[in-house]
Design a protein around this ligand. Sequence first.
Ligand SMILES: Cc1cc2nc3c(=O)[nH]c(=O)nc-3n(C[C@H](O)[C@H](O)[C@H](O)COP(=O)(O)OP(=O)(O)OC[C@H]3O[C@@H](n4cnc5c(N)ncnc54)[C@H](O)[C@@H]3O)c2cc1C
Ligand SMILES: *[C@@H]1O[C@H](CO)[C@@H](O)[C@H](O)[C@H]1NC(C)=O
Ligand SMILES: *[C@@H]1O[C@H](CO)[C@@H](O)[C@H](O)[C@H]1NC(C)=O
Ligand SMILES: *[C@@H]1O[C@H](CO)[C@@H](O)[C@H](O)[C@H]1NC(C)=O
Ligand SMILES: CC(=O)N[C@H]1CO[C@H](CO)[C@@H](O)[C@@H]1O
Length: 443
Amino acid sequence: MAESVKCNNLKIYIFNIIVSISILYYALSGLASKDHYKVLVLGGGSGGIAMAARMKRKVGAKNVAIVEPSEVHYYQPIWTLVGAGSKSVASSGRPTASVIPSGVTWVTSKVAEFDPENNTVHTDSGKKISYDYLIVALGLELHYEKIKGLPEGFEHPKIGSNYSVKTVEKTWNALKNFKEGNALFTFPNTPIKCAGAPQKIMYLSDAFLRKTGKRSKANIIYNTSLPVLFGVKKYADALWEIVKKRDLNVNLRHNLIEVRADKQEAVFENLDKPGETEVYKYEMIHVTPPMGPPAVLKGSSLEDEAGWLNVNKSTLQHKTYANVFGIGDCTNLPTSKTAAAVAAQSAVLDRTVSRILKKQTPDKTYDGYTSCPLVTSYNTVILAEFDYDGQPLETFPVDQSKESRVMYHMKADVMPHLYWHGLLKGLWGGPGPYRTIMHMGMK
Ligand SMILES: Cc1cc2nc3c(=O)[nH]c(=O)nc-3n(C[C@H](O)[C@H](O)[C@H](O)COP(=O)(O)OP(=O)(O)OC[C@H]3O[C@@H](n4cnc5c(N)ncnc54)[C@H](O)[C@@H]3O)c2cc1C
Ligand SMILES: *[C@@H]1O[C@H](CO)[C@@H](O)[C@H](O)[C@H]1NC(C)=O
Ligand SMILES: *[C@@H]1O[C@H](CO)[C@@H](O)[C@H](O)[C@H]1NC(C)=O
Ligand SMILES: *[C@@H]1O[C@H](CO)[C@@H](O)[C@H](O)[C@H]1NC(C)=O
Ligand SMILES: CC(=O)N[C@H]1CO[C@H](CO)[C@@H](O)[C@@H]1O
C-alpha cells in the first residue's frame, strides 16, 4: 500500500517535471525566435525579397525578418507567355524558402494589424513583432468578386484570366478550343499591375488564331475602361497601328461588370453613359480583374485616402512614420505597377534607408521609372519604358516603339534571369546606370 502511494507520488512528480520542462522549452523557443528585428519586411514578393537581400548586406542577416504566408514565390510576368507554348506555369514558381536570403528569418504568417505608434505589427497567428525599421511590400489584391458572376464563373469553360495562378491555364484552354465568335478582352476601372498585360494577351491570342487558321472566324474585341489604349502617347500611337493592321476592335471606356458564364455572356457598362449596359455573347473571354490595395492596410494610419501605402514619391519613406518605407504595388507611387518599377525603387530605397540609418536625410530620388514589355506577337515586343511624367526613358539606343524580336528575347529569356539572379538577390536596381552607357552619348 505505502509502496504504491510512494510510486504514484513519484509519477506525479515526474509528470510535473515533464510539464515544467515543456513550458520552459516553449517559453525559451519563443524567446529564441525573437520578436524584435532591426529591419522587418512585410511581403516576400518581388519587392520584399529584393529589399531583404539589400538590408541583409546593411545590417546582417540575423537582424532581418520577412513575414510572408505563401510557400511558393512566382515570377508573375511570365504568366503572359505561359501556355502560349513557350513557358509553363511550373516554370514561374520556386519555393519561397529558396528565395529568402540565407540567414534571414522567415515568419510564415500573414500580417493582420499595424501598430506603427509602437513600432509593432501583429500576425494572424497572434504574434507581435516589433522593429526599428519597417519595409512594406504587400503587393495588391485581385477582386474578381467585384464582377457579378465571378469567381464562380471560372468553373465554366471559355473564360480565363492570366492574372491569377488559379485561372491562368483556363485562358489557354479557352483559346485552344476556340471555334467561332467573339473573343473578348477586358481592362477594369481600377489601377492594375502591368497595365500592358491585358492587351498583350489579346495580341498573343490573335497570333495563335492566325497560326491555327481560325482568325477569320473570330471577332476580337478589347473593351477597356480607360480613355486611351496606353498611357504614354508614343507607345499608344504604335499600338493603334498594330490594332488597325490586325483588325482588332478596341472600345474605350467600357467596363466589364458581369459575366454569365453559363450563357457565355458578358455585360459591360459604358462609363461615359452611366447606367447604360451592353450584353455580349462570347466564345472566349479573358478577364483582367479589378485590383485594390492590401486589405490589411485598411483602417491603419499607413494608408492614403484610396487605401494605398502613403509614401513620399521621391524617397519611398512613409509620409507620417519616418521609420516606415514602402515598395512596389502596395504603394501610392503614381507610376505603373511593375516588377521593373520595383527594381528601380529597390535601388532608391536601399539608399534612403542607408541614409536614415546614419541619421542623414534621404538624397536619392526615384523618377518613377517603370517598364512594360508589350508582347505584340509570338516573337515581337514593344518595350515601353517611361517615368512619372509619361516621358519615355528608353534603355537601348533604338526606337523602342517599333516591334522588335531582340526585345522579345529580352522579355522571354533575359528578364527571368535578371529577376531570379539580379532583382531578388538585391543586385539589380533597374537599367538606369546602363542607359547612359547604352546610348553612348547618342542622347
Ligand atoms: C500577368 C502579369 C504580367 C506581368 N507582366 C509584367 C512585366 O512584363 N514586367 C514587369 O515588370 N512586371 C510585370 N508584372 C507585374 C509584377 O509581377 C508586379 O508588379 C511585381 O511582382 C510587384 O512586386 P511586389 O513586391 O509589389 O508585389 P508581389 O510580388 O505581388 O508580392 C506581394 C507579396 O505579399 C504577400 N502578402 C500579401 N498579403 C500579405 C499579408 N497580409 N502578410 C504578409 N504577406 C502578404 C504575398 O503573398 C506576396 O508574396 C506582371 C504581373 C502579372 C500578374
Ligand atoms: C495568357 O494569355 C495568352 C494569350 O491569350 C495565352 O496564349 C496564354 O496561353 C495565356 N496563359 C495561360 C497560362 O493560359
Ligand atoms: C501601444 O501599446 C500599448 C500597450 O500595448 C497600448 O496600450 C497602446 O494603445 C499602443 N499605442 C497605440 C497607439 O496603439
Ligand atoms: C519627400 O522627401 C524629400 C526629401 O526628404 C523632401 O524634400 C520632400 O519635400 C518630400 N516630399 C513630400 C511630398 O513630402
Ligand atoms: C463586348 C462589348 O461590350 N463590346 C462593346 C464594346 O464597346 C463598343 C462601344 O464602343 C460596343 O459597340 C461593343 O458592343
